[in-house]
Design a protein around this ligand. Sequence first.
Ligand code: APR
Length: 245
Amino acid sequence: MDLYRKVAELIKSFKYLVAFTGAGISVESGIPPFRGSQGLWSKYDPEEFAHIESFLKNPAKVWKMIRDMFTTVLEAKPNTAHKVLAEMEKRGYLKAVITQNIDGLHQEAGSKNVIEFHGNCKWLLCLGCGKKEEVRKELIEKLPYPKCPKCEIPLKPDVVFFGESIPFSVRKKAETEVSSCDFMLVIGTSGVVYPAAELPYIAKIRGAKIVEINLEETPYTFSITDYFLKGKASKILSEIFTKLS
Ligand code: APR
């Protein structure tokens, strides 16, 4: 039996499948990953541009990177990989998506139960009064940065910067899904940023099967992965999906 059929059989036989996704699932939507030669962090040092301390010290500088990132993210559309996961949820095969991505493409593809571990860049937040504003072109084009109309301080994308903690409610929801899952698809993540990267290990400790989809090996591959499917997420997921029906 080929590996795709094997994984499809496993998906049908397990009760609680959860997908854990990273930037790799959105690369085929035109959004660069963070690491690797084409990664965002090869262009911007995350310490200088994606740390909460840098944002507070020099918001204008950090907003240069944010504006650059927005150009690709706001035009991106869900790709086949996002759509297959949404369809799998619709047919009852998939219970939840826990994503590290901030692009909102899982929901745009139709996924309902999505936990955004690092937030969503489609909202801007005032750290002063907590007011949230939906991102729109004229807002992000304000120089040097968009401001809260009430507090007159820089607005911040509603995403988790380095140096910030994951909101407790988000961690709680993610850990509840992980503790219920008996099968986890780990898709397009380098597995190096904590506490998000811990989730597949927690699933494994609780006895879940781990299937990993990635272009290259990661720290999971030779430690907790049961089946490693090397290749592009959209191609692999559509192959598996054809064997599900
Ligand atoms: N299909 C499958 N995997 C892919 C594809 C693809 N088409 N393209 C790239 N990948 C893989 C890469 O091999 C890599 O392992 O996706 C992974 C992307 O890794 P990162 O860029 O490190 O992204 P991610 O793991 O999501 O980063 C986690 O780090 O910077 C923070 O907050 C940021 O959420 C992000 C976190």
